[in-house]
Write a protein that binds this ligand. Structure first.
Ligand code: ADP
Ligand code: MG
Length: 302
């Protein structure tokens, strides 16, 4: 009768040594039969340290400096990692930042506010669409930058698009190998993100993931997990953000990135301490081995 708790303790101990924090025996049991793994993009497959690579003006009377000035002035009030990147770029380029008023954070889409007497919006194409703003003036440039796997955010002033900012985030070193290892085990992988479809697909291609859920609003991530579960799959979700917590809970196995937010870490069954995606396959292998040991022990016990 001692065999099972011992096997779980051994599995948990082995995990701890390898930077895989297993919260309970149930996590090990759930990990043994996973069919599909969904990876969050930002902060999970990528470093989550975005930086501005391009600032483009799409209006003849607006300079790139003005675009950076307006967007940074608004983003200063947001805590989103993309916002941080914009503010850092303004500082690097010695572009001034001024006070913004009537600030609104529009989750999963962008920010809105008033600077001097102008209404400024900074965010995704979806956000622009919501406010009836056509991205036409920037269309070709947006497409070009998104195809380079960059996240493009648009800047509008008083209802017209004036420019765009492209933001790049580097893939984690082991992201591609992590996906490949799972594939060799016959485990299906997919990627989920709030980012636009073109950028998401360019990144997925770099890591070798075919199935992409893009432009998913924060509140809808868990629903995507559920949809795979309805197809009869046992799903693991790997994520780092506050946004990911409901999906981590909904998944059959929630795997949190240890360098991520506390809320995600709390929600996961397993925590990858250093946040390396390659550890996902190792965690699942550990669960399989532990349960093989338990079965063998049971056999001998009987
Ligand atoms: P992710 O899934 O990559 O963490 P989010 O759901 O937080 O993304 O955001 C989705 C998209 O909404 C971003 O790719 C960006 O286009 C836009 N967005 C969100 N917050 C901001 C912001 N503060 N400034 C500009 N754009 C934003
Ligand atoms: Mg994330």
């Amino acid at each position: 009768g001692l065999a099972t708790p011992t096997a779980v303790a051994v599995g948990t101990g082995l995990g701890a040594k390898r930077g895989i924090l297993i919260k309970n025996g149930e996590a090990l049991e759930k990990g043994k039969k996973i069919d599909a793994v969904i990876f969050d993009k930002t902060g999970t497959l990528t470093e989550g340290k975005p930086r501005v690579t391009d600032v483009v003006s799409c209006a003849s009377d607006i300079s790139r400096e003005q675009i950076l000035h307006l967007s940074a002035s608004l983003e200063k009030l947001s805590e989103h990692p993309l916002a941080q990147a914009v503010v850092n770029e303004a500082k690097d380029k010695n572009v001034s930042i001024q006070e913004a008023h009537e600030f609104e954070n529009l989750a999963g889409r962008g920010v809105k506010g008033q600077i001097n007497n102008d209404i400024v919006l900074v965010g995704s194409a979806r956000l622009m669409k919501e406010f009836g703003i056509s991205p036409e003036a920037c269309h070709d440039k947006i497409e070009e930058l998104e195809n380079q796997a960059k996240t493009v955010i648009a800047v509008s002033k008083n209802g017209a698009i004036i420019g765009i900012l492209a933001i790049a985030d580097t893939l984690k070193e082991d992201a591609k190998e992590a996906v490949e290892k799972l594939r060799l085990r016959g485990i299906e992988t997919s990627m989920i993100t709030g980012d636009n479809k073109r950028t998401a697909e360019a990144i997925a291609k770099q890591v070798g993931i075919e199935k992409v859920f893009a432009e998913v609003l924060p509140q809808d991530k868990a629903e995507k997990v559920e949809s795979l579960q309805r197809d009869g799959l046992k799903v693991a979700f790997v994520g780092d953000g506050i946004n990911d917590a409901p999906a981590l809970v909904q998944a059959d196995l929630g795997i949190a990135i240890g360098t991520g937010t506390d809320i995600a870490i709390e929600a996961g069954n397993i925590v990858l301490v250093k946040g390396h995606p390659l550890k996902v396959e190792e965690a699942l292998a550990l669960a399989r081995i532990t349960f093989r040991t338990i079965k063998q022990n049971m056999f001998w016990a009987f």
